[in-house]
Write a protein that binds this ligand. Structure first.
Ligand SMILES: *[C@@H]1O[C@H](CO)[C@@H](O)[C@H](O)[C@H]1NC(C)=O
Ligand SMILES: *[C@@H]1O[C@H](CO)[C@@H](O)[C@H](O)[C@H]1NC(C)=O
Ligand SMILES: *[C@@H]1O[C@H](CO)[C@@H](O)[C@H](O)[C@H]1NC(C)=O
Ligand SMILES: *[C@@H]1O[C@H](CO)[C@@H](O)[C@H](O)[C@H]1NC(C)=O
Ligand SMILES: *[C@@H]1O[C@H](CO)[C@@H](O)[C@H](O)[C@H]1NC(C)=O
Length: 375
């Protein structure tokens, strides 16, 4: 089931090709059997030629980085401005593994959080299938300079020079682009896992995507006031239902738009289109200080009859309001966590500090594990 166990076909072919040619030249050095060694080296030569042809023809499609770099004179490694024209179709084809992408969206101030998330993804050996939606040009260039082809910018870029906090209009502007990005990926035929950048993987989440549903999501609701410690008894039971949560007394649900897995199905596209529509119906204002999440909940509510929805286990995808506030629950659910969300706290520095306090900050001492290096 696990993607990372799949061998990429090209490196395997390349390895065998090299083995074959070195064997052939070894045989050719033997004094006996000149004809057979000639044939051997001819076949060795032939296999090398066939391999070369194969690489030239096929390598740019899956976009394996090292070989692409060898055989293409400029490729994607040209000047920085080239990335402006790097399309989502190309970026997705390059990063997808087994038809699946892992994506996040980030603006420049949040690069340290991105790096922390990325290191945690790399620890599960899934970094190759990561594609970052850069929400400004600086981010696009910086990521692709350090790690070519893993960032794409969908124009027009929003104005994002500052770290937009939850509830701000800038935050709304950026997060409201999310369903469009995801729908574009589905239209290209890929499955996609979206993660907010203030998350950290502590295990591979893919094994929890049970069944064959259209849309997978996690519940962000914690039963009591976020500021108080939550008694274990008030937390969702471990065997909670995988149906869309029932609306509370205020008629609302609190499904998180932070971690979503979608298959390229009619149902998933329907849910995303509805989300896009709901964002237009519920724009940010000084009074609402809304973000993309209420619209996501409205969309799920409206499309529930036609879309196959799956609520992920809360113990596996815990919200910050639970994970960082209920040590007892964390202890009792140890071994079940996959992605921890550092939410229920506002501000970039506060998030970083909390990750540090809980031993989940990898971006200082483990940058050698990041495809981006130190940021
Ligand atoms: C590839 O994806 C398919 C469908 O999404 C899944 O059933 C299969 O287990 C995946 N294969 C690997 C090796 O991960
Ligand atoms: C958000 O988008 C609106 C509409 O495009 C724009 O008027 C506003 O200036 C943007 N605000 C920020 C902070 O990006
Ligand atoms: C969860 O377990 C409890 C007690 O074991 C049981 O009463 C309840 O019906 C279960 N809930 C679900 C959704 O399976
Ligand atoms: C949608 O929301 C309405 C209003 O809160 C509620 O009555 C209804 O049960 C919800 N539908 C679903 C499928 O959850
Ligand atoms: C990084 O390593 C230093 C030196 O070992 C240590 O003092 C510090 O606490 C570590 N930082 C984090 C966030 O783990």
């Amino acid at each position: 089931m696990s993607l990372n166990q799949r061998q990429q076909p090209l490196p395997t072919v390349a390895k065998h090709g090299l083995l074959m040619s070195s064997r052939a030249s070894f045989s050719a050095a033997q004094p006996q059997g000149i004809v057979s060694s000639f044939l051997l080296s001819r076949s060795g030569l032939l296999s090398v030629l066939v391999l070369l042809l194969f690489l030239v023809v096929f390598v740019p499609l899956p976009g394996r980085r090292p070989m692409f770099a060898l055989f293409s004179s400029s490729g994607d490694y040209g000047p920085v401005s080239r990335w402006k024209d790097y399309t989502l179709a190309r970026a997705a084809a390059s990063a997808a593994r087994n038809g699946t992408l892992i994506v996040s969206a980030v603006s420049e101030p949040f690069l340290p959080l991105l790096n922390n998330w990325l290191i945690s993804v790399a620890r599960q050996k899934r970094q190759d299938q990561v594609l970052i939606f850069a929400e400004d040009y600086a981010t696009l260039y910086e990521i692709n300079r350090r790690w070519p082809r893993h960032a794409v910018l969908v124009q027009p870029a929003p104005d994002s020079q500052t770290a937009h906090n939850f509830g701000s209009q800038g935050f709304f502007n950026i997060t409201s682009r999310r369903p469009r990005h995801l729908l574009d990926i589905l239209e290209l035929g890929y499955s996609v896992m979206y993660n907010d950048v203030d998350m950290v993987w502590v295990a591979d989440p893919f094994r929890y995507l049970e069944g064959n549903h259209d849309v997978y999501f996690a519940d962000d609701e914690v039963a009591v006031k976020p500021s108080s410690p939550i008694p274990y008894e008030q937390v969702k039971p471990l065997n909670h239902s995988h149906d869309l949560p029932r609306p509370g007394t205020n008629g609302k649900t609190y499904v998180c738009s932070c971690m979503i897995f979608l298959r390229p199905t009619r149902g998933a596209k329907k849910a995303l289109s509805s989300w896009i529509e709901e964002i237009q119906n519920q724009p940010w204002s000084e009074n609402t200080h809304t973000n993309d999440q209420p619209a996501f909940n409205s969309a799920l509510n409206k499309t529930a009859g036609e879309v196959d929805l799956y609520l992920l286990p809360q113990a596996t995808f815990p919200p910050g309001g639970l994970y960082f506030r209920n040590g007892d629950w964390v202890e009792r659910t140890r071994g079940l966590h996959a992605i921890v969300h550092n939410n229920y706290i506002v501000g970039l520095q506060n998030k970083i500090q909390r990750f540090k306090d809980y031993g989940l900050w990898l971006a200082d001492n483990h940058t050698d594990e990041s495809p981006l290096g130190r940021i």
